[in-house]
Write a protein that binds this ligand. Structure first.
Ligand SMILES: [Zn+2]
Ligand SMILES: [Zn+2]
Length: 931
């Protein structure tokens, strides 16, 4: 039997495609998924749902690679797993993409299109892209139970959230309250704190210094400052901070009041200090004489949040236009003006601003102030300003009734639960603690269309009913038969179901709002694990042994799951949280659509192949960002895949020449050659550390350990043992083990080469991915040898360097080298390796605290003749190769000269029958033996 020859320059992408085809034809994935079904050991992984909204990007491939690597590792170790993939299928991000595709710009467009059509378009979009993403993931080599994926828009998922919301309501945590929320005027909905955190951008705006005229004090003004001029028409209060020094400034004919540091900064020098408290409660006149401002009492108040480092030390407060302003206004029970409609347009009552878009009124406001002689100056300012995390529209602030889950009671429980989790790396655990410290009440409603229908029924009698299941809805619905006919529990259909108020008997409509998407994803450890239907199944798989997502998911998915889990069960939903960083371009810059430096996933996988992509991702520390591109992928091919390919090719060519092999009978304990003992020892050392690295979720260390082993194998073991014919069984054993070790990382090439190695003719049950994980045999790990071999290589390298310095090429034998070292090598086999590698007759070790290597460079006539002989043999081998001669073809040599004392060796080494004199070196086939 012989191994099938491999090409010297593989097309990885093609190789992967044919391997994938073979897997699919033989349903290998299903064999893999169910291999450990009856195992006692289980590994529970819960997949964070990917938004089924667009084709997947190369950044998705990073997390998906790591998920696949750890699941493959556990599968090979015999753990039963669920392999369930998840799709995020409802909420604002789906809506926004459907709107984009249809060319919609506002909620009105959606209403004109019809809610039913819109929901159906959303459903169709996630259906389409979940299929595309499944195919793309399969091309990445991901083995998952694709037919059993979960979808967050499923009825099961939505009803599980109802159950959760009812529980929250029973605990008294569900509240409706007014708040000035960050608001997207395009999506026409408020955004929660954790969503908003993603949307900040640096904006350059115009800030304004302006004068508020004090009542009953002619020509006296308070100088205030704001970065949001549109909010001035909703001004109610001015705030100062009496902890700082304030001054009275003479400016032209007027008196201005402001903080001293601000006066200095603004170059206002003609001032005197005042008692800051004397400003408190002073009343001032409305900036605008508009209906909305009628009957508003304006006065100066104290607020410890005011900091004169910016502006004037006097802050304009519009409690209807900002979260902090709102909190202050609420405390003071002041008036509140909410000037904008949901699309950011000024409502009636705001004079010339009425009907205008809030972000477009700056110039109008400045002109107005100037005309009233209230404008002090304007100034450009660059600041962090919230933008909608989905559609990137610049946000506003609106006063709205919103639904919240209160956080105070659960906060300490979440913090406690967080401590029970292993965070990889540890700092993500601290990040979660910080987030929990700063988290506000969770705003869970969105004034949108396609999402979880919040099961809140508010009766005009004041009774709030929260429906917790389909059964409850059937019981309380006025027309239960309509519930059974619902095509799905989405809007608009669900909106037709009215219930009977349990308190007063009136019919009650559902509130029109839908839920935050993080409810959809947070419920997954319950909805996908049959928490309500099959407790023993849930207990088997809960909590997850591992979840793995991008670092930003700490305050998103990891948080929302934790919230659900602690609410329902008082326990964290996961044991290990692994986070990974982002994917950047080759120069380390963020990939973005505007910079056009992104690479579409399909292009990347086609050109570079999945294995190089996966190896590239695995090499980076998971939490750090990774640079990605074709040049980097080429580097991966050169540094790893091609070295593997060439080493393996050498092995099969070599093994095909020796037909005594019996690899299945090979016993690594039987090795006697020191190089064999060493490579087996290194192999088992590598298994040991890769196993422990993967146990700790450190793919980067595992890959570098593997790469180091491969380098030892190719640049030392194989190179030093080229001429041996007794080690093909050993190499078979080494490669067989090595392929099992790399299978989780590079599933394609490991399969391809493994099939070649076992000469299997492609039976699916012999796939590398059904093989067990190699187990390190500690008795084969020879620590001394593992330490000494690198020393041997170092000595050789120094000797090579000295030869080069003395212009003595390697084929010229030398008489002796004396190596002074504190740790002499005494093993004769290792000394022999140095001797052969360096082509020196005698290698002498001397124990000496100082390191030095003395090379005897004297050449005797005998040494020179031997050097000539080696040169000549080498030249003849090159000629043989060039003339395409077989190893067994006998030749005649014609040469100008040759060292006579080595004539016999020359003939035997070159398989020649004779050598004779001629003007130049040439060879020909010997006529005597020609057939
Ligand atoms: Zn938006
Ligand atoms: Zn009622």
């Amino acid at each position: 039997m012989s191994y099938q020859e491999l090409p010297d320059n593989p097309d990885f992408s093609q190789l992967e495609k044919s391997t994938l085809e073979w897997w699919q034809k033989n349903d290998l994935v299903s064999l893999y998924l169910h291999q450990n079904d009856s195992s006692e050991k289980i590994f529970s992984f819960i997949d964070g749902p990917i938004t089924a909204n667009n084709p997947m990007g190369v950044h998705h491939a990073r997390g998906r690679t790591l998920k696949d690597v750890f699941q493959r590792f556990k599968n090979a170790q015999g753990y039963a797993q669920r392999f369930q993939n998840g799709f995020d299928c409802q909420g604002l991000w789906v809506e926004v993409e459907v709107e984009k595709e249809a060319g919609f710009n506002s909620k009105k467009d959606i209403l004109n299109y019809g809610l039913e059509n819109f929901t159906n378009a959303c459903l169709a979009r996630v259906d389409k892209f979940s299929k595309i993403q499944s195919e793309q993931s399969q091309r990445l080599g991901m083995f998952m139970d694709w037919d059993n994926s979960y979808y967050t828009n499923s009825q099961t998922n939505n009803l599980y959230i109802w159950h959760f919301l009812k529980t929250v309501h029973q605990k008294g945590w569900l509240i409706k309250k007014k708040s000035a929320t960050t608001w997207c005027p395009r999506c026409e909905t408020g955004l929660s704190q954790h969503e908003q955190a993603d949307g900040y951008q640096m904006d350059t705006d115009t800030s304004v210094y302006l004068k508020f005229k004090l009542k009953n004090r002619p020509d006296e003004y308070i100088l205030a400052w704001t970065t949001t001029p549109w909010t001035l028409s909703a001004n109610v209060l001015l705030a100062i901070n009496t902890d700082f020094e304030y001054v009275k400034v003479k400016n032209e004919d007027q008196i201005l009041y402001l903080a001293k540091v601000a006066a200095d900064r603004l170059g206002l020098t003609d001032y005197e200090s005042i008692n800051a408290s004397s400003l408190l409660n002073l009343e001032y006149e409305s900036l605008y004489n508009i209906p909305a401002q009628t009957d508003i009492k304006h006065y100066v108040t104290n607020w410890d949040q005011v900091n004169p480092i910016e502006g004037t030390g006097v802050v304009h407060i519009a409690p209807g236009c900002g979260q902090e302003d709102f909190e202050l206004g609420k405390k003071l029970q002041s008036d509140m003006l909410a000037p904008l409609d949901p699309s950011g347009i000024f409502l009636p009552g705001y004079g010339e601003l009425t009907g205008l878009y809030a972000h477009k009124v700056n110039d109008l406001v400045f002109e107005y102030l100037k005309s009233k002689n209230l404008l002090f100056k304007t100034e450009a300012i660059t600041h962090r300003y919230p933008h909608c995390w989905r559609c990137k529209t610049k946000c506003l602030f609106r006063l709205e009734d919103s639904w919240f889950i209160k956080s105070d009671e659960i906060r300490p429980l979440l913090k406690e639960a967080t401590k029970k989790v292993s965070w990889h790396p540890k700092f993500t655990g601290r990040r979660m603690q910080n987030w929990l410290d700063s988290m506000e009440d969770w705003m869970i409603n969105r004034k949108r269309f396609y999402g979880l229908a919040l099961p809140f029924y508010e009766c005009s009698c004041g009774e709030l009913t929260v429906i917790g299941s389909k059964e409850e809805l059937l019981q309380q619905a006025i027309h239960p038969e309509l519930v059974e006919k619902l095509p799905s529990f989405h809007r608009p259909w669900i909106d037709d179901i009215e219930i009977k108020c349990p308190k007063c008997g009136q019919s009650v409509k559902r509130i029109p709002d839908v839920g935050d998407v993080w409810l959809d994803a947070g419920v997954v450890p319950f909805s996908t694990l049959k928490y309500l239907e099959d407790k023993s199944y849930w207990q088997k798989w809960f909590p997850a042994d591992m979840v793995l997502e991008m670092t930003e998911q700490v305050r998103l998915w990891f948080y929302s799951m934790l919230f659900f889990s602690v609410t329902l069960e008082g326990e964290p939903p996961y044991k290990n949280v692994v986070t990974h960083g982002e994917v950047r371009d080759e120069k380390g810059e963020k990939m973005s659509k505007t910079k056009k430096n992104g690479i579409p996933y399909n292009d990347a996988i086609d050109k570079m192949g999945a294995d190089p992509m996966r190896w590239l991702y695995c090499q980076q520390k998971a939490f750090a960002s990774v640079n990605f591109g074709y040049n980097i992928a080429d580097q991966v091919k050169r540094d790893f895949l091609l070295i593997l390919w060439n080493s393996y090719r050498f092995f099969i060519q070599h093994a095909n020449l020796t037909d005594q092999s019996n690899p299945s009978a090979y016993n690594p304990q039987s090795a006697t050659n020191i190089m064999d003992i060493w490579i087996v020892s290194r192999l088992h050392q590598t298994i040991d550390s890769v196993t422990s690295d993967l146990d700790k979720y450190r793919s980067n260390r595992a890959t570098s350990t593997i790469q180091n082993f491969l380098s030892d194998l190719s640049t030392w073991y194989i190179r030093r043992n080229r001429d041996r014919s007794d080690n093909s069984d050993l190499l078979h054993y080494v490669f067989e083990t090595f392929f099992r070790l790399i299978a989780p990382f590079t599933p394609f090439i490991s399969e391809y080469l493994y099939q070649n190695l076992i000469q299997n003719n492609y039976q699916a049950n012999k796939s590398i991915h059904l093989q067990s994980w190699p187990i390190a045999d500690k008795s084969l790990i020879n620590e001394t040898l593992n330490q000494q071999m690198p020393q041997v290589r170092d000595f050789c390298q120094i000797i090579h360097g000295q030869r080069q310095a003395s212009a003595l090429k390697i084929r010229q034998p030398l008489a002796q080298v004396v190596i002074n070292t504190p740790n002499p090598i005494i093993d004769p086999q290792l000394i022999e390796i140095i001797r052969q590698e360096t082509n020196i007759k005698e290698v002498v070790f001397v124990k000496n605290p100082a390191n030095s290597i003395q090379l005897d460079t004297n050449l005797t006539p005998e040494l020179i003749a031997e050097g000539e002989y080696r040169d000549l043999v080498r030249s003849i081998q090159v000629l043989r190769k060039n003339q395409g001669l077989k190893l067994t073809d006998v030749i005649i040599i014609h040469s100008p000269s040759w060292p006579q004392i080595f004539e016999k060796e020359i003939l035997s080494k070159t398989v020649a029958s004779s050598i004779d004199k001629s003007a130049s070196l040439s060879i020909e086939l010997s006529v005597d033996v020609k057939k």
